[in-house]
Write a protein of this length. Structure first.
Length: 203
């Protein structure tokens, strides 16, 4: 059975523009894959803590040496990694907050980037271990940044996802949402068009 991992990170829950567009993506995907499974990872409803010294030590500890508290931390990260491994495809809702991805989404990456688990170092450099899954990023922004040096999200997400082996990444942008009601309507219309046409292109 096909599985889609849907990662949510809008502060505004179901009303966030990235959430609305990601919901469109999910409906389109479900229409293409009737009966398929969708895993929802809502990073706002259930936030992950910051990666601090204690958590990093737990994630890099030897399994046989882990304390009960370290075991709990690793189990939390393992659950996130399992969702990624089980997914055939991923949709990431990524609003722009203060010129970056939401800190909750950054925490998710901090908990899934694990040496020997989701990437490994080889003689020829780092190798991502999550390969082969298409990722669609729904990027919603108040202003306009795509294709300019001020777009801090796109290169970071491409590099981070690529580091984990996720190199097949498409971006759907909805930009200018804060400029005016007309800009917002037009941005959402264009993004919906891209989501629908991506669905038509897919097999
Ligand atoms: C805390 C906060 C910070 C924001 N920072 C930016 C920003 O740096 N650049 C920008 O273009 N828009 C910014 N915005 C506008 C959001 O990107 C825009 O409202 C977008 O729709 C957010 O996606 P969401 O509705 O899915 O949460 C910010 C919004 C909030 C709430």
């Amino acid at each position: 059975m096909k599985t889609l991992l849907h990662v949510r990170s809008s502060l505004f829950g179901d009303h966030g523009q990235s959430a609305v567009l990601a919901a469109d993506f999910v409906s389109t995907w479900q229409a293409r894959h009737p009966g398929a499974r969708v895993i929802v990872r809502d990073l706002i409803a259930t936030p992950l803590p910051h990666l601090d010294a204690e958590r990093f030590a737990a994630l890099t500890s030897q399994p046989e040496a882990r304390t009960p508290s370290q075991q709990r931390i690793v189990a939390e990260s393992d659950a996130l990694v399992t969702e990624l491994r089980e997914a055939d495809e991923i949709v990431l809702a990524a609003p722009m907050y203060n010129f970056a991805i939401p800190s909750q989404l950054k925490s998710w990456f901090d908990h899934i980037a694990r040496a020997g688990v989701t990437f490994r170092y080889t003689a020829s450099g780092a190798e991502g271990l999550l390969g082969g899954k298409p990722v669609t990023v729904i990027a919603t922004r108040g202003g306009f940044y795509a294709g300019t040096p001020a777009d801090s999200q796109t290169p970071w997400l491409q590099t981070m996802l690529g580091f984990l082996g996720l190199n097949d990444v498409k971006f759907v942008y909805a930009e200018g949402i804060a400029i005016s009601a007309d800009h917002k309507t037009e941005a959402l219309r264009k993004a919906r068009e891209q989501i629908a046409s991506a669905g038509n292109e897919a097999t």
